[in-house]
Design a protein around this ligand. Structure first.
Ligand SMILES: NC(=O)c1ccc[n+]([C@@H]2O[C@H](COP(=O)([O-])OP(=O)(O)OC[C@H]3O[C@@H](n4cnc5c(N)ncnc54)[C@H](OP(=O)(O)O)[C@@H]3O)[C@@H](O)[C@H]2O)c1
Length: 307
């Protein structure tokens, strides 16, 4: 099969598109014919990209791209609940090879039927961003109707879904974004958008129940003072992983695959409550360009096969 493989630590310059062995599903594994996979530029430096589950070094070459949309092509002998020919989308185990290839392996718990109203390119940008927003706002912060939520990076992949989910939960949504994205974020359902480049948000926002920090650093430091006494901050920014400050450690989490949540997210997409935000869909061979060009909003996608 064709695969984009990382041959040494580094960035997109260390990737090569080449022939690779087609994976064989065993036990409860599912092999997916990948149609599209979204680009996550920070994945090069993530812990599971260089480590195995038990802390050892992962051997090169490594295939990136852990969210995908495609069609089930084969299943292992103990695989239940998934049919060959089914269109699925999902987020697979960060520690194994990903979906920047003609085929990838996953398990039934990490995938779900793809939203019927979306094509594969649109579906591919959903799993990481929507699951992260869901696990932050609903699982961790337990956001409820009438609460005030401050969402940083609302023009981005995670922030865009978070604004739509908070709106769906009937929260009051205050968002930070650059001026270019302000109208777009309002259209997603924010009540107020603050241009982070010109206005220090903490000078105009107070009494917040929930902060979702997708940015980290100074943005997170200045966010604590906007919270009510009972307020909660949740952070997904990678710099939090290295920090020792207890409140930051408590606030940080890493998204996990979740079939039940993918099913519910697909239902909300098909009901027109959530919309995916796609940057540009690049052909597989233009993978370097897909990493190097920053999307105006949402995430870029690699189209592996299909229309
Ligand atoms: N822990 C986890 O499980 C997890 C899961 C998913 C993502 N992440 C991480 O979370 C971060 C966000 O992910 P993403 O996919 O949403 O990224 P993204 O699509 O690149 O979006 C980031 C957004 O942040 C905005 N931004 C930059 N500086 C800002 C600031 N000072 N204040 C407010 N907004 C600012 C940018 O807005 P403008 O374009 O408007 O300037 C951009 O739209 C990334 O670092 C990613 O690695 C972590």
């Amino acid at each position: 099969m064709r695969a984009i493989r990382l041959h040494q630590a580094g960035g997109s310059e260390a990737l090569l598109c080449e022939d690779a062995p087609k994976p064989i599903p065993t036990d409860n594994q599912v092999r997916v014919r990948v149609y599209a996979t979204a680009i996550t530029p920070t994945e090069f430096s993530w812990y599971p990209t260089s480590h195995t589950h038990n802390g050892g070094s992962r051997p090169f070459p490594i295939i990136l791209g852990h969210e995908f949309s495609g069609v089930v092509d084969a299943i292992g002998g103990n695989c239940v609940g998934v049919q060959v020919g089914e269109s699925v989308y999902g987020l697979s185990d960060w520690f194994i090879d990903g979906a920047q290839a003609d085929y990838c392996l996953t398990i039934p718990a990490n995938i779900a039927p793809k939203p019927a109203s979306l094509d594969h390119v649109q579906s591919a940008v959903v799993p990481i961003s929507a699951l992260t927003a869901w696990q932050a706002l609903i699982d961790r912060a337990q956001l409820s109707s009438g609460q005030r939520v401050l969402i940083h990076g609302a023009g981005g992949g995670v922030g865009g879904f978070a604004v739509q989910m908070a709106r769906y939960k009937k929260a009051q949504v205050i968002a930070t974004a650059s001026k270019t994205n302000a109208d777009f974020v309002l259209a997603l359902g924010a009540d107020q958008v603050i241009d982070y480049r010109t206005t220090p948000f903490e000078t105009i926002v107070q009494d917040i129940d929930v902060v979702l920090d997708t940015v980290g650093g100074e943005t997170r430091n200045r966010s604590w003072e906007t919270l009510k006494k009972t307020g909660k901050l949740v952070t997904i920014a990678a710099d939090a992983e290295q920090m020792t400050e207890p409140r930051v450690r408590d606030a940080f989490f890493i998204v996990e695959p979740n079939r039940a949540q993918l099913i519910e997210i697909a239902r909300l997409i098909d009901a027109d409550i959530l919309k995916p935000i796609v940057g540009t869909a690049f052909p597989m061979e233009d993978f370097r360009q897909a990493y190097e060009e920053k999307p105006l909003r949402g995430k870029h996608v690699l189209r592996i096969t299909g229309p």
